[in-house]
Structure formats: structure tokens, C-alpha cells
Ligand binder design. Structure first.
Ligand SMILES: [Fe+2]
Length: 255
């Protein structure tokens, strides 16, 4: 099973270069010899919660020749993204309670759980107690021990960036405790938000952030100031390949 991983599209009609980059990545994915079973997009589909940007964003995403799964980022209002999915991607899993975009996708050899951490104007987001209980219940309800991936927007460990670590939220620790408890079945936590690919472990479970399709952000700057944006970085995305009971992650870089 091959999971292609994109993140942080930040679709904005004023940023035509960003749209061209997204188009180039989608074309590259469609032309790969190894086809994705699914493409996951770990949040921030649009810029600053502009709900009118979802229509053109999904018009591009619908050019993918593989199914895709999305989650909210801090730039995606939960309700607006759900409304957009109903309109522009009706086969996408829907939320169970219509409030948060949270779902379990069981169509593949690896179960994929999407989580919603959107909280208006809070970069570090929030995983409410209700959402944590929902996650615990879904992870506990796995008597056959199916391997599981979790999609969540924020990277829930220290990053070395003063800006991102400043936004670290109390829920990160609680989320990490849930992952540790279920480390036998959770094989991977995939996130975004950092615009770069970082990897570490929550207990023994790898957590990996995906590249933004749009721009990179400065890392390892301990100051609290906004990170510098790098619009010239080579376009890249990740491929997580599940084979023989383990994941291998590849970086696909466009020339
Ligand atoms: Fe974000």
C-alpha cells in the first residue's frame, strides 16, 4: 500500500505561483509509475479560512487519479471544510457527528483515522476532550489489531523552532499519551503545519510531518519571531509505503 502525503496547500487565488506548484505536484503524482492507493492531505487546504477558496482548491484536487483524504488545519474551519467536501468531494468520508471532520477509513490494508484540531485563530489548534474520547474508542475498537495511521495537523512534539514550539498546546501531551497506549497498532502519525518534513517518535510510534505544496518555513530558529518563508525550495512530497508489516518513507522531489 502506497500513501502519498501532501500538506499545507494554502490555496489562495492571489498566489498564482502556489497554484502552479500544486498543479505540478498533482501532475507528477498522476505520472508516477507506482500509483498511490490514497493521497492524504494533512490540513491547511486554503489560506486563512476563506471558504470561497475551497471550490477552486477541490477543482485541482479532483484531478488526482487516486482517492484522497483530507483533514482540517488551523486555516480550515471545520464546518466550511465539511460543507465543501459534501459539495466537491461527496465520496470523501464524512464526520460522524457533523461538528468535527473526524472519520475512520477502513478501505485499505491500513486503517486511516482523520482527526480535527481546528480552533478559530489558534495556530496550535485543540483536540477537545470529546475528540480524544472518540479517538480512544476508535483505537480500542480494533480486536483484530489492524495497523492504523492517524492524520492530525499539528506536530505534537518539540520542533526546535521557537515559533512552532511557542504554540505547543496542552493537548499535545494528552494525544501523545493515547498514541503510547496504542503503540502496538498505531504504526504512523502523519501531520503537517510545519511546511517541512520532520520525523521523530511518540514512544515507539513514528510521527512525520509532510512538506507544504506551497512554501517552506524556517526551522531551528529558537526565536519566537515568525519563521521566514522559502518560496524557492524544490517541490517535494512524501510516499509512505506499507510492505511486509512496516512503513518505509520516501521523499519524492520534483526537478
Ligand atoms: Fe497549519
Amino acid at each position: 500500500m502506497n500513501i502519498f502525503h501532501l500538506s499545507d496547500i494554502h490555496y489562495d487565488p492571489k498566489n498564482q505561483e502556489g497554484i502552479r506548484k500544486l498543479q505540478k505536484i498533482i501532475q507528477n503524482i498522476n505520472e508516477q509509475i507506482t500509483k498511490p492507493d490514497v493521497v492524504v492531505i494533512t490540513g491547511d487546504l486554503v489560506w486563512k479560512c476563506n471558504k470561497e477558496f475551497y471550490a477552486p482548491c477541490f477543482k485541482e484536487l479532483n484531478k488526482l487519479q487516486a482517492p484522497y483524504l483530507v483533514i482540517t488545519g488551523n486555516h480550515d474551519d471545520s464546518q466550511d471544510l465539511q460543507n465543501a467536501l459534501k459539495q466537491f468531494a461527496p465520496s470523501h468520508p464524512q464526520s460522524e457527528d457533523n461538528r468535527k471532520l473526524q472519520y475512520v477509513c477502513d478501505k485499505f490494508p491500513v486503517r486511516i483515522i482523520g482527526l480535527d484540531t481546528f480552533k478559530a485563530n489558534i495556530g496550535g489548534g485543540d483536540l477537545s476532550e470529546e475528540s480524544r474520547l472518540w479517538l480512544e474508542q476508535k483505537l480500542a475498537d480494533n480486536s483484530e489489531g489492524k495497523p492504523t495511521i492517524i492524520l492530525i495537523h499539528q506536530y505534537t512534539l518539540p520542533t526546535g523552532s521557537g515559533f512552532f514550539d511557542r504554540n505547543a498546546a496542552p493537548w499535545y501531551k494528552k494525544f501523545n499519551q493515547i498514541i503510547e497506549k496504542h503503540k502496538d497498532t498505531v504504526k504512523l502519525v502523519l501531520c503537517g503545519h510545519l511546511h517541512n518534513s520532520l520525523s521523530s517518535q511518540i514512544s515507539t510510534v513514528p510521527i512525520i510531518s509532510g512538506f507544504s505544496t506551497n512554501w517552506g518555513e524556517e526551522l531551528l530558529n529558537p526565536s519566537n519571531s515568525d519563521p521566514k518563508r522559502d518560496f524557492k525550495r524544490p517541490l517535494s512530497y512524501l510516499i509512505h509505503r506499507w510492505e511486509n508489516g512496516r512503513f518505509t518513507t520516501y521523499v519524492a522531489e520534483l526537478s
